[in-house]
Design a protein around this ligand. Structure first.
Ligand SMILES: [Mn+2]
Length: 392
């Protein structure tokens, strides 16, 4: 399995896309910086083919949403930086009705529907934790679609900032390509996007805030624009306001945790933020849990961290969810990471997946994952997770 095989599969998907001749497509995308870069790449690439599009930003995959989107026939739908972890469901709900192209790097589930193309590079021998981001996958696909899209390489690199070990694997090759064709320039240890005169990690940080914190107030759309046109003054100001608001809530929640401490079971330390982050996207709980995993005075390095937050009923540009949900984010602190690597503990996403069998949808990676479950299933989730570990 190699990049060549990816390109072959991508060519087949492109052929199906050309056969479908869609006048309009829908791109479903993830709300973090990588997701925003992913959708920006595909948006630009499709516009170059004369295909117009609508965009739907999702924090998570909800069954009722994919079911609704795919209940029609003859549509073309992209899932970018999201979708692979639920390719089985996407496939099941599709029943050959719509052309679906998934460009993602989260741990994939198998898809059986012949009209569902999951081009996640994990299917081609690469690792989504280290070798490529969602935006990289989108960029490689866009190059198969049209060579013109070479100029979008900088977006793959911005998205890649979510990969902690820097530019390795496929991303190293994309970096070299972007330097060669002048899309980016090296500035000391960093890289600058030539057309915006802005560092790639600076754009990444702004997008993280726009997508996650600004989810309920048009942040993702502003972010996609920033990816393609640069960061406007208004967008810059919006980022500052959002960030200040989030910091205030983080301080409040952190203070509470120092006073009350996290609750503990044998392998899990957890807390419930309730409505503390109301108005902000639920992604912020994941970012807060990541931050917590380094607070060694507060957390134990040998237990998973789990944080809950209430999910608002509204999905922007979609409508209202029927059920009441909570989101749980899981992070593996250092010692847990080692135990996962040694096969002594389950990876974060497998743990959530198994512990929520029948009532939740989990996604993410080995060290960081999250899940949406019905409001009344918090305790069950923790109990199930503990049970799994005592038999593991
Ligand atoms: Mn991603």
């Amino acid at each position: 399995m190699s990049l060549k095989d990816f390109e072959e599969s991508a060519k087949q998907a492109v052929m199906q896309l050309r056969l479908a001749k869609p006048t309009e497509t829908l791109i479903v995308y993830h709300d973090d910086a990588d997701g925003l870069c992913s959708v920006a790449v595909i948006k630009k690439a499709l516009e170059r083919e004369g295909i117009s599009l609508k965009m739907l930003c999702l924090e998570k995959v909800y069954k009722e949403i994919i079911k609704g989107l795919q209940s029609k026939t003859g549509k073309t739908i992209f899932y970018v930086d999201i979708g692979s972890s639920h390719a089985d469901l996407i496939s099941e709900y599709n029943e050959g009705r719509n052309l679906i192209i998934i460009l993602d790097h989260h741990d994939p589930k198998p898809s059986k529907d012949l009209k569902v193309f999951d081009l996640n590079l994990e299917h081609f021998g690469f690792r989504g934790e280290t070798d490529f981001s969602g935006a990289t996958c989108c960029y490689l696909f866009s190059k198969v679609l049209n060579e013109k899209n070479l100029d979008l390489s900088y977006l793959a690199l911005v998205g890649n900032c979510e990969i902690p070990n820097g530019f390795s694997g496929i991303n190293r090759a994309v970096l070299e390509e972007a330097l060669r064709n002048g899309a980016i320039q090296q500035k000391g240890k960093n890289f600058e996007i030539s057309k915006f005169k802005m560092r790639i990690d600076a754009l990444f940080s702004k997008l993280q805030i726009l997508g996650a914190v600004g989810y309920y107030e048009g942040g993702p759309e502003l972010g996609v624009n920033a990816c393609l046109e640069g960061v406007s003054k208004e967008t810059e100001e919006k980022v500052d306001v959002l960030e200040a608001r989030r910091k205030e809530v983080n301080r409040f929640v952190l203070g509470r945790l120092y006073r009350e401490r996290l609750k503990e079971t044998e392998h899990i330390q957890w807390f419930d933020a309730g409505d503390a982050y109301a108005g902000m996207g639920t992604k912020v709980i994941g970012q807060f849990c990541s931050f917590l995993s380094y607070q060694t005075r507060l957390i134990k390095p040998n237990k998973y961290i789990m944080g809950f937050v209430n999910v608002p009923k509204e999905i922007p540009n979609w409508g209202m969810l029927e059920e009441r949900f909570v989101k749980a984010s899981v992070r593996a602190p250092k010692t847990v990471q080692q135990l996962i690597d040694d096969g002594k503990l389950l990876g974060a996403v497998s743990l959530l997946d198994k512990a929520s069998d029948g009532f939740g949808l989990a996604d993410g990676h080995q060290y960081a994952a999250s899940i949406i479950v019905p409001n009344d299933k918090k305790q069950t989730l923790i109990e199930n997770a503990e049970k799994l570990m005592s038999v593991h």
